[in-house]
Design a protein around this ligand. Sequence first.
Ligand SMILES: *[C@@H]1O[C@H](CO)[C@@H](O)[C@H](O)[C@H]1NC(C)=O
Ligand SMILES: *[C@@H]1O[C@H](CO)[C@@H](O)[C@H](O)[C@H]1NC(C)=O
Ligand SMILES: *[C@@H]1O[C@H](CO)[C@@H](O)[C@H](O)[C@H]1NC(C)=O
Ligand SMILES: *[C@@H]1O[C@H](CO)[C@@H](O)[C@H](O)[C@H]1NC(C)=O
Length: 266
Amino acid sequence: MLKSIRVNIVACLLLLCFAASANELKTSAAPVTPSPAPAPATDYVNLAELLSVAGPFHIFLKYLESTKLIDTFQDQANKTEEGITLFVPKDEAFSSIRKPASLSNLTQDQLKSVLSFHAIPHYYSLSDFRNLSLGNPIPTFAGGPNFGLNFTDNAGTIRIDSGWTSTKVISAVHAADPVAIYETDKVLLPEAIFGTDIPPLPPAPSPAPAAEAPAADTPSAAADKGSSSSSSSSHSKSAATSSRKNTVVGHLVTAIVGVLLVLLCS
Ligand SMILES: *[C@@H]1O[C@H](CO)[C@@H](O)[C@H](O)[C@H]1NC(C)=O
Ligand SMILES: *[C@@H]1O[C@H](CO)[C@@H](O)[C@H](O)[C@H]1NC(C)=O
Ligand SMILES: *[C@@H]1O[C@H](CO)[C@@H](O)[C@H](O)[C@H]1NC(C)=O
Ligand SMILES: *[C@@H]1O[C@H](CO)[C@@H](O)[C@H](O)[C@H]1NC(C)=O
């Protein structure tokens, strides 16, 4: 008699343990499922995607897409042994191209040459440029001796000279072998297309474009960032609440099963 009661109690305890642990398993496994799978480790860098979110480099990207050069550059970026170095002018650089130069009356081939003039078929980190400047002019994707760029490393500031354009690297948008993308504040114009009749530098930088630039840049970029980060945080918050709800439900189920088992056993 006493023995069978003890056996019953042990059986009930065992059943309770099973029920509880089954629930624990269920609730602890649930939050793991929605987390994103780890990104595959490759060297692949999607140039169009990168250029569409940085900058703004929309005009340069639009030209690369209309001339299909984006595929040529992406193909080069995919060759991870060589890689690519791109000099990318921001949108406002296109509106400040000095007369008489203009991209609007170029033939398609000339336009392709101008765009290819912004790429070197090799990956160069910023620290490579000191050395690289010893080999000036450096050949570009536009090919031939007439489409070379001159670089000078002036205490870490890298200047780029094309004859028509003298500018510098503003920042590195992306610099990880095999893809380097450097922002410039000017479109690089080759002498081979625009001639040697180089216009003199303007007397002083006009304040108008500088005042326009931040107004065009900042609010939309800030608004984009703000909305995306707040939406993602509210998303994770709701995920946390639902997993907490699951746990509460799980504990309730465990308790009810336990009470039922105790009633059945006794
Ligand atoms: C570059 O590589 C990616 C990923 O392997 C591939 O999807 C893409 O088609 C390639 N693009 C070019 C232009 O080779
Ligand atoms: C484009 O047109 C301007 C005048 O509007 C001219 O001075 C310039 O030489 C032209 N460029 C080319 C490459 O034909
Ligand atoms: C850079 O300089 C080193 C020695 O100082 C040399 O071995 C190397 O070939 C140079 N690289 C380039 C790209 O000139
Ligand atoms: C580039 O450098 C080479 C060699 O120093 C020089 O002969 C050439 O004139 C330079 N070109 C420009 C546009 O500065």
